[in-house]
Ligand binder design. Sequence first.
Ligand code: 4NP
Length: 163
Amino acid sequence: MPTTRRVLFVCLGNICRSPTAEGILRAELERRGHHDRVEVDSAGTGGWHVGDAADPRMRRAASARGYDLTSRARQVTAEDFQRFDLIVAMDRQNLADLEQIAPPPAERRADLRLFSSFLPYGGPEDVPDPYYGGPDGFDHVIDLIEEAAAAIADHLAGDGTVA
Ligand code: 4NP
C-alpha cells in the first residue's frame, strides 16, 4: 500500500486562490486514479474568513469549468509543516508569511514551494489576488492553476511513493 502524500495550498484568505487550487488538483488526481493516495487541503495565512465557504464569485467561475469548491476556510498553523509533505504558496507574500511561522527546514516535513515554480511554460510569479478585482481575475486564477495542475501531480508522483 503506497504511502499517502499530503499537499496544502496557501493563500491570504483561503476563499479564492487556494480553495481553487485544492479543487483543481483533486480533479487532476481523480483523472489519474491517484485521489485515494494524495490528500489535498488549503488554508490562509490570515484568519478573517475562517469557517467561510469559498467566495461565491470564485465558486461560480470554478463551477463553469466543472469544479465544485467545497472547502471551508481555515488558518495555516506551524503544525501544518509536520502534517504535509508539500506546501504551495500562491504568491510571494504568502511564501514570506509562511516562512515566518515555519519551523527550520531541518525540523519540518513539508517542502515549501512557490506555486509559479510549477508553471510549465513560465508565467507570473504570483497568482494575482482576485478578491478586489473584476470577474476576469477569477478566470485568470483558474487558467493558471489548470496550467500547473499536471506538474504538481507529477511532482507528487515523482518521488516513487505515488506511482
Ligand atoms: P485569497 O483572496 O487570498 O485568494 O483567498 C482573498 C480573500 C479575502 C481577502 C484577501 C484575499 N480579504 O482581505 O478579506
